[in-house]
Design a protein around this ligand. Structure first.
Ligand code: OAD
Length: 235
């Protein structure tokens, strides 16, 4: 099977009711990111940081995957699909995608401030001061904050290098190192970008589908399944 890599961002979950960051009315219009999504913010005002992620987590608790997430999951019948997501939601997994790499962490998880290998899946959307790990230390959101290293970027880069096709969906490509992944493809690899806005693609030679995720994915699903080597074998 051909390797299909999907690089997703906040836009893929917009139709599930989760806000993007940099669109009009987006999250970074409401909050200053240094005040809620950085190690300095955590030191200065952990309560505010927890409240910010609690709000996000509460919305996610009741959100459902949309047709774009489902189409991406269904592509596994035709391709060896690897999702690389900047999103901290788990809507790709909920839709049935089996290989999902999170670059910026996972909202449903918390980790120890004493030992980062102690990671817990939360049973409720609320994480508060006083919630502790097995060692008795405060738990923090399992999120990669600005100024922190992105542990999975090397793995992601290797996946993009191996891709036969790359699909970029719902990301402004404004945040590095994730945005740099676009340049890790082998020469000649077809790249499709689904976005109703103007992502920061630079001079890259890509096919742009200027639509929302669900509609754009429906179009691309038709194209990719027709092109697939597997389409003879699947009804
Ligand atoms: P952005 O908010 O920067 O970009 C969202 C992109 O989605 C834009 O290009 C929009 O045009 C597009 N978009 C909006 N609605 C859409 C829809 N219905 N369908 C498809 N596309 C749509 O979000 P990201 O690029 O994901 O990091 O942001 C990257 C990182 O910046 C995030 O992971 C987060 C943020 O700060 C951290 O918090 C570490």
């Amino acid at each position: 099977m051909k390797k299909l890599v999907i690089l997703s961002g906040a836009g893929v979950s917009q139709e599930s009711g989760l806000k993007t960051f940099r669109d009009m009315g987006g999250i970074w219009e409401q909050y200053r990111l240094e005040e809620v999504a950085s190690p300095e913010a955590w030191h200065k005002n952990p309560e505010l940081v927890l409240r910010f992620y609690n709000e996000r987590r509460k919305t996610l608790w009741y959100a459902k995957p949309n047709p774009a997430h489902h189409a991406i999951a269904r592509l596994e019948k035709f391709y060896d699909v690897q999702v690389i997501t900047q999103n901290v939601d788990d809507l790709h997994e909920q839709a049935g995608s089996t290989r999902v790499l999170h670059l910026h962490g996972e909202l449903r998880k918390a980790r120890s401030t004493a030992d980062p290998s102690l990671i817990y899946t939360l049973r409720h959307w609320e994480l508060t001061l006083g919630d502790t790990c097995a060692l008795g230390s405060q738990l923090r959101p399992h999120i990669v904050w600005f100024g922190e290293p992105v542990p999975n970027i090397g793995i992601a880069s290797g996946m993009v290098e191996q891709a036969d096709i790359l699909v970029v969906i719902g990301t402004s490509l404004a945040v590095y190192p994730a945005a740099g992944l676009l340049h890790d493809t082998k020469k000649g690899t077809p790249v499709y970008v689904i976005d109703p806005g103007e992502p920061n693609i630079g001079k890259h030679n890509v096919t742009i589908i200027r639509k929302k995720a669900s509609e754009g994915m429906e179009d691309l699903y038709g194209l990719l399944t027709t092109q697939s080597d597997q389409n003879q074998n699947v009804e």
